[in-house]
Design a protein around this ligand. Structure first.
Ligand code: G3I
Length: 369
């Protein structure tokens, strides 16, 4: 009988073990632990840990969480004299249990308001609402929630102030009031202004002016959140970089708060072609109902790699990068801007398997360490 060389066996075993353990410990949050938080948005079901597989994926990969919907006004403050903290209590407890950075989304937003809030008519009523709403919610989680989106999406795409029940009653001052109220309720919590399309120069300029005005009026702004609902080809890396530099020059933290990358055709890009075309149920608008072709999978991986390479270059300015959802199957982009499509915007597919894009993001770190 041929004897096995014990030295060779030991070396082989060690090699196999080191490969296996490296694979096992690899995760987004561990790989990026010295750079910035890696977060995900949680649905109500995920907060309630309804699916054990999804839950272990969340705990393995992410060290920051955002409430995707449950803290929005219509859910947390459904009637003037009634708050419902059932799910937000569970959300905060989940983050504490798993030692995650807990982000609150969002205090003041024109969308997903409770119907009674839409009826607020004048500045006196609005001031009273904001004081009660912000003070009640922020104080309740004082010292437990790490950061808040104080105001979400106050700007139009051209950088001007969006018309809303808030701006209609208080003008631009609603932002100053909101940031002051939040700071008064929890002086230590980080306060963010959050918006999308901030890589467009006009809107970015609008956000910069807004933050300057809030600060000049005595409000505390700790960070700006760029939502980062991006496409395969836009915004350009140059505009993303300018955004990071311009915002950090204001002396605030920069966060990418709702990152996802759509791979599907956008109806607005096609509208010029035929204004009468029907988008919902149109197979041309839903080109990959079963599987993402390898060529697009590669493009998505390259896009994520390019983005994370840039974010790493500016890691000293970036506090957090949060994906808008855990896996493709749950993404809001399956139903927007056209209902019932199959999109592939995240790092995990509908079966929770990691995609090439995940490896691309991880490889940026592992090749260096
Ligand atoms: O609450 C109802 C539920 O009662 C009903 O059974 C169900 C049936 O579809 O709908 C539920 O409401 C949905 C709600 O999410 C809560 O789950 C709405 O239909 C759905 O449109 C809504 O979408 C959310 C959207 O905000 C609303 O504007 C998305 O899940 C959420 O991902 C999205 O998140 C926003 C950020 O907050 C701000 N930035 C943009 C981002 C993407 O739109």
């Amino acid at each position: 009988m041929k004897l096995i060389n014990p030295y060779l066996l030991a070396i082989t075993t060690m090699f196999v073990m080191s490969c296996t353990s490296k694979k096992e410990v690899s995760s987004l949050k561990d790989s990026y632990k010295n750079d910035f938080y890696i977060g995900t948005a949680l649905s109500a079901d995920q907060i309630e840990e309804k699916d054990a597989k999804v839950d272990s994926l969340i705990r393995k990969e992410f060290n920051a969480i955002t409430s995707e919907n449950i803290m929005k006004s219509m859910f947390i403050h459904p009637q003037k004299d009634k708050y419902d903290f059932t799910l937000s209590d569970k959300y905060v407890a989940y983050g504490e249990k798993n030692k995650m950075l807990i982000h609150g989304h969002t205090l003041i937003w024109h969308s997903q308001l409770a119907p009674w809030m839409e009826q607020i008519k004048d500045s006196t009523e609005m001031k009273a609402f904001m004081k009660d709403h912000i003070t009640t919610i922020v104080s309740k989680y004082k010292g437990r929630i790490n950061s808040w989106d104080v105001v979400n999406e106050a700007l139009n795409d051209d950088g001007t102030l969006r018309k809303s029940v808030f701006s209609n009653t208080l003008g631009e001052n609603f932002l100053v009031d909101a940031f002051k109220l939040a700071a008064a309720a929890d002086p230590k919590v980080d306060l963010y202004y959050n918006d999308y399309n901030l890589e467009d120069p006009a809107k970015r300029e609008g956000a910069i002016n807004l933050v300057k005005k809030i600060k000049a009026a005595g409000g505390k702004v700790d960070g700006i959140g760029s939502q980062a609902h991006w496409k395969l080809n836009s915004p350009s890396l140059e505009e993303i970089e300018k955004t990071i530099l311009d915002f950090s020059a204001l002396g605030v933290k920069v966060a990418f708060t709702e990152l996802d990358i759509t791979v599907l055709p956008n109806p607005w890009d096609l509208k010029g072609a035929d204004v009468n075309q029907k988008f919902e149920g149109n197979p041309k608008m839903n080109p990959y109902p079963e599987k993402l072709p390898d060529s697009i999978q590669d493009k998505l991986a390259q896009r994520y790699a390019d983005i994370f390479k840039l974010l790493l270059k500016h890691k000293d300015k970036i506090s957090r990068v949060t994906f808008w959802g855990v896996y493709d199957g749950q993404s809001w982009l399956n139903d927007w801007p056209i209902k019932g499509r199959t999109n592939y915007p995240l790092l995990f597919d509908a079966k929770l398997a990691h995609k090439k894009a995940y490896d691309a993001v991880l490889n940026l770190k592992e090749s260096k360490e």
